[in-house]
Write a protein that binds this ligand. Structure first.
Ligand code: NI
Length: 399
């Protein structure tokens, strides 16, 4: 992107609007380029190259190769103050794109179906605007371009490799595009707003035998079927009703033929919770039910339960400042939305410093899109909206 000097230092709304409008066509080009060349987690080599090239052009100091393909840039304000991180994720999904758009994925079996191309581009736009406004900022903006958000642990690795330090991050913002919110609007959720996302695997061990002589076998399929039903009582009978929770058995595998009782049956699934208490209750109940089915049906159950990303808890004070900033910049276009049971590894950063995730409406008029969908077509006008909102939030927080 090219750079220009912004006039009107004491009117952030006008300056941010003007600069965003000026760079919007370039941002859309960048987004289409990233969209056409999606890369899955930890393979974002080309994408990181685009990010680095644009930061270079803007004269923003940055480091590459953090957590493999991560990029971290720094914009120093004119006065001292806190360090505000703004984070975007860069990875695509293993989905075959079906949009038929002229800039559709050129990489077979990969697609930006979660809009991380939008996030990366938005943060580049924010970088361009804030670089211009830097003399007015009291503090530092740390631009965090993260690899591998989609379940591969990109944020965990960035934290292990020191992203929180040098300089130390005091608070953090991120964005996610939302096709369920019309473009031009924003959403926010208070407190726990995205779920802790855990994985489990259960192996029900029985004893194989002839399907016509069940008395000589221990049938793991019948026990597993009972267990699937019993697991439904974790949410309905064990977790507090005011604590949202999901237990889903998403895979079940056993057997090879119509006349053989198999040795074992494998179940896999996920547990989603918004509160630590519900997470503890769910895990303990599942372990007890597995032990119980062993006693009642003669099988032996082995469960591995792996805690994944924690719940994303938005900080009230940061949330209020961003909501006010969005209202000052864009008008009455932000509203409260419900928590959702999806997960997001930005939660790891939010566990360390006060943080907030802004939901940027990306729904195209006349479409009803969903994320992780092979036909997902976000409205590109959401990029400029996100740039304005996050730039203004940074200006107001670092004032
Ligand atoms: Ni996403």
């Amino acid at each position: 992107m090219s750079s220009a000097t912004l006039p009107l230092a004491n009117d952030p709304a006008t300056a941010i609007r003007a600069e965003t409008a000026r760079i919007e066509p370039e941002l859309i080009e960048i987004r289409r380029d990233i969209h056409a060349h999606p890369e899955i987690g930890f393979e974002e080599v080309r994408t990181a190259g685009v990010v680095s090239r644009e930061l270079e052009r803007l004269g923003i100091a940055h480091r590459t190769g953090i957590a493999g393909t991560g990029v971290v840039g720094l914009i120093e304000g004119g006065r001292p103050g806190p360090v505000l991180a703004i984070r975007a994720d860069m990875d695509a999904l293993p989905i075959q794109e079906q949009t038929g758009l002229p800039f559709a994925s050129r990489h077979p079996g990969m697609m930006h179906a979660c809009g991380h191309d939008i996030h990366t581009t938005t943060l580049l736009g924010v970088a361009a605007v804030l670089k211009q406004l830097a003399p007015q900022l009291a503090g530092t903006v740390k631009l965090v371009f993260q690899p591998a958000e989609e379940g591969l642990g990109g944020m965990a690795r960035m934290i292990r490799e020191g992203v929180m330090d040098g300089p130390k991050i005091d608070m953090a913002l991120t964005l996610h595009n939302h096709p369920d919110i019309p473009v031009g609007r924003f959403g926010f959720a208070r407190g726990p707003s995205l779920a802790a996302s855990d994985k489990f695997e259960i192996v029900v061990h029985g004893k194989s035998g002839h399907a016509a002589f069940p008395q000589y076998a221990v049938d793991p399929i019948v026990a597993a079927a009972q267990l699937v039903g019993m697991l439904q009582t974790v949410v309905s009978r064990e977790v507090k009703p005011v604590h949202p929770a999901v237990v889903t058995v998403a895979a079940i595998h056993a057997g090879t033929a119509h006349n053989i009782i198999p040795d074992s049956c494998l179940l896999r699934g996920t547990v989603r919770t918004l509160h630590g208490e519900a997470q503890d209750v769910a895990e303990a109940a599942m372990r007890r039910l597995c032990d119980g089915i062993g006693a009642t049906m003669r099988v032996r159950c082995e469960m591995t339960y792996e805690r994944g990303v924690p719940a994303l808890v938005n900080d009230d004070a940061v949330l209020e400042r961003v909501v006010q900033a969005v209202q000052s910049q864009c008008g009455d276009v932000i509203g409260e939305v419900e928590a959702i049971m999806g997960g997001e590894d930005f939660a790891l950063m939010a566990n360390l410093v006060p943080s907030f995730q802004l939901k940027v409406g990306s729904g195209q008029p006349g479409r009803s899109d969903d994320l992780h969908n092979s036909d997902y077509q976000p409205d590109e006008a959401c990029i400029a909206m996100g740039v304005q909102a996050l730039s203004r939030a940074a200006v107001d927080i670092l004032s």
